[in-house]
Design a protein around this ligand. Sequence first.
Ligand SMILES: Nc1nc2c(ncn2[C@@H]2O[C@H](COP(=O)(O)OP(=O)(O)O)[C@@H](O)[C@H]2O)c(=O)[nH]1
Ligand SMILES: [Mg+2]
Length: 259
Amino acid sequence: MYTAFIVGTAGSGKSFLTSTLTEYLKLNEINVNTLNMDPGVLRLPYAPDIDVRAYIDINEIMNEFELGPNGGLVAAVDLITSQLEGILEEISDGSPDILLIDTPGQMELFAFRSTGIIFANQISGDRKVLVNLMDANLSRTPYGLLTSLMLSLNVQMRFFYPQLNIISKSDLIENEQLEEVQDWIEDPFKFEDAINTYVTGERREMATKMLKLVEEMQMLPETFPVSAKTNINIDILYGKMQFVWQGGEDFQVDDRVIR
Ligand SMILES: Nc1nc2c(ncn2[C@@H]2O[C@H](COP(=O)(O)OP(=O)(O)O)[C@@H](O)[C@H]2O)c(=O)[nH]1
Ligand SMILES: [Mg+2]
C-alpha cells in the first residue's frame, strides 16, 4: 500500500484535491481508498471509504467537555489517537493499493500537534508521500510564494517524509501570472529578480535570505501549480507521487504501465 497525506492551510483545497485524485485514479482502474481525518467537516466532495467521524463525534465532545468549536476540534483531533486500532483495521480490511488521507481543515491540528505524527507513523505502507498545498491566493507573488514555502518547510521539519509542494487552486491565477510563477520556480535567478522588482526594504532582505534557504533545501524542483477544479497538472502530481512511492519506476497495475 502506498500512502499520501494531503496537508495544507484551511481552505487550501485538500478535500477537493482528494476527490479529484480519487476520480483520476479510479479512471485508471487503480484500487484507491480515501480516509477523512477531519472530525469537524460537515460536507465532503467525495464519499470517504474510512471516516474518523464514525469514531469521533465532535458535538458530543463539545458537550461533554464544555468546549467551543475550536477547543472541540482540538480535543476531537487529539482523540483520534485513541481510535487508531479501529481505523488501522479498516485500512487493512480495505487493502487498497493507494490510500489518500485528507487531513483536518486547520493544518496545525495535523502538523503541529502530536496526533498527526503519531497517526502518520502508525499507518503501515511501503512508501509515504506528503502533498503540501500552498494556496494560490498567497502564492502568486514572489513574497507570498516564499511565505508559503517557509510553511512547507515547517511541515517537512515535522514529518520528514518526501514532500511535494503544490500551488493549489492555480486556476484562480491569470495565465500570464501563472507562467511568471512557473518561471520563478524553474529559475531561481528569475525568482530573485522578481523579489528585487516587487519587494522593497527589509522584506526584500529577508526574502533574499529565505530564497537561499529554499534553494539549499532543494524545494523548488518539487514545487508546481495544480488545480483540482480544472485538472491542471493532476497527471504531473500523480507522476511525482509514483516517483516517490516506487523509487522512480512506473506504477504497474497488472501488466499495464500507468504514466
Ligand atoms: N477555483 C478552485 N477552487 C477550489 C479548488 N480546490 C478547492 N476549491 C474550493 O476551495 C474551497 C475549500 O476547498 P476544500 O477542499 O474544502 O479545502 P480544505 O479545507 O483544504 O479541505 C471550496 O469552496 C472548494 O470548492 C481549485 O482547484 N480551484
Ligand atoms: Mg477539508
